[in-house]
Design a protein around this ligand. Structure first.
Ligand SMILES: [Zn+2]
Length: 218
């Protein structure tokens, strides 16, 4: 068996894929269980955001296959019969992965991005919003040449959006609570997660801050 095959085998062993239960001590649980709470942020070789792995198993495989280098770990380890692995929290690819249209990922004023940035509050009246009850409002209306960017789109309740119509906040006499701005790193992370997990987010943010990494230039 090659060394790579041996390591992969050891990893599968750690994940409980082939090993007898008595041979494996797992912290955290295997991929079908609580181990999914240790997902890993994958950065491209350029240190720009690439993806988030489903769980620790995928990130550890990237490292063991020499495709990526771990630059941050969780406190947890996974153990097989003969090996102990630190669980990666952030890895950097050893080669640049080509992805299409990635440059727009954190610049598009999607409803999710705008609502997360605006804390799910109408920027005109402060009403709490849900993805279903709220809408996006162009500060300078499209009818007046306003563009579809994060700097020109805010979260709004439907009544405010209807009342403002094709007018600017000044024309409508409806001042904005906060001027629209680009997303922070934390907001970018929340945008790419289906659910927010405090442990992952804090570990990732700490690593990004320590290394001065910007997920993607705004
Ligand atoms: Zn409102």
């Amino acid at each position: 068996m090659s060394s790579l095959a041996a390591r992969t085998e050891a990893l599968r062993d750690a994940a409980g894929v082939v090993a007898a239960p008595s041979a494996v001590v797992r912290t955290p649980a295997p991929r079908t269980g609580a181990g999914q709470g240790s997902r890993c942020m994958v950065l491209n070789a350029s240190y720009e955001y690439l993806s988030i792995t489903r769980d620790w198993f995928d990130s550890l495989l990237l490292v063991l296959d020499d495709k990526a280098v771990a630059i941050e770990h969780y406190p947890e380890v996974v153990r097989s019969q003969y090996h102990t692995f630190q669980v990666p929290a952030v890895v950097v690819m050893r080669y640049q992965v080509q992805v299409k249209k990635r440059s727009k990922l954190f610049q598009l004023p999607t409803k999710k991005a705008v609502f997360i940035r605006d804390n799910f509050e109408c920027q005109y009246c402060g009403t709490r919003l849900t993805m279903g009850s709220g809408t996006r409002d162009h500060v300078v209306p499209r009818a007046q040449g306003g563009i579809d960017t994060l700097a020109n789109v805010v979260a709004s309740c439907k009544p405010c959006n209807g009342r403002k119509a094709d007018r600017t906040p000044e024309q409508a006499g409806m001042p904005l609570a906060v001027r629209p701005r680009p997303l922070t790193d934390e907001e970018k992370i929340r945008c790419v997660l289906k659910t927010c997990r405090a442990k992952e987010r804090q570990t990732w943010l700490c690593c990004l801050k320590r290394l001065g990494i910007t997920l993607w230039a705004s």
